[in-house]
Design a protein around this ligand. Sequence first.
Ligand SMILES: Nc1ncnc2c1ncn2[C@@H]1O[C@H](COP(=O)(O)OP(=O)(O)O)[C@@H](O)[C@H]1O
Ligand SMILES: [Mg+2]
Length: 334
Amino acid sequence: MSGAVLAERPAAPPLDQALHARVLALRDGLLHGLIGADIMVERLLIGLLTGGHLLIEGAPGLAKTRAVKRLSDGLDGSFARIQCTPDLMPADLTGTTVWRQDAGDFEFLPGPLFHSLVLVDEVNRAPPKVQSALLEAMAEGQITVSGHTHGLPDPFMVVATQNPIEHAGTFPLPEAQLDRFLLHVVVEMPDEAAERRILDLVEGELNHHAEAMPVKLSVAEIRAAREAALAVYVAPALKDYLVRLVAGTRTDSAAPDLRAAIEHPASPRGTLALMLAGKARAYLRGRDHVVPEDIADLAADALAHRIGLTWRAAAEGRTARGIIRDLVQRVRAL
Ligand SMILES: Nc1ncnc2c1ncn2[C@@H]1O[C@H](COP(=O)(O)OP(=O)(O)O)[C@@H](O)[C@H]1O
Ligand SMILES: [Mg+2]
């Protein structure tokens, strides 16, 4: 099948070049202060463009916090950071209702979740009740405190970070809650060349001022960029590919040996997440249509956290990411 088939479609609105340039300026500003972090940066922007939430996993000191702070510098919305600890309570995130003696009424004091960009650092150190309050807010865009429902801002994006090393006092996120994250991004250690550049960059920042972000996207621009990303075309043949890929986690259709390693397959929420993320990736690359590479590149980040392996597969040292990557190798794209 030719590339033309992927792009052929009914008349589409032309790309707003000025807006696209602003989004790319945001990306370049992020990349400028985050050495060798191309994947993390792209994923953050995909989250922003789809309205999806991100889980970023990596060892301490890999610039996860820095990346989200930098993103907040490039956005004209409010930002909050929540540092998770085992004694955190749901109300510390959601806010509380207090009695106002003078007014003779209850007043709701919103918690840190009521911001456009919320960094939830070390989410696996928060106790389960806090995690479930967080994930409910992420899923519903609203919070219910003392019987009253409060809408969260729009845009509302959560970036949660977690440490892969299992310390005492961590609470791994339950699988059903992991499903609420659009993407699960894994950050790796930098190579020597990148590490060398990090030294120069941070030394420069310590001596002078850190370079400010070149743009600040307004809420209206974020909404418009979201609409543009959503309008990116997905050819019918590519939707078939998406379905074939996810079906490979459920049935023996594609790779029976890989399927056999999977205890819980990915749900349609996973298929949708992969399609939407693929659209945003295409938009970032200036395309008006998705290509198979968009899907293949994002499959592990969109699907691996939504599947559960059998105990046997886990005992054999297989990982969900590895299984999804193998599946991508084995499922034909077109
Ligand atoms: N890839 C990178 N680019 C720029 N600075 C980095 C990078 N990796 C680490 N650093 C620096 O290392 C420190 C730790 O970053 P931080 O965001 O606090 O890490 P994390 O949140 O992942 O634990 C910061 O001073 C940051 O500037
Ligand atoms: Mg951190």
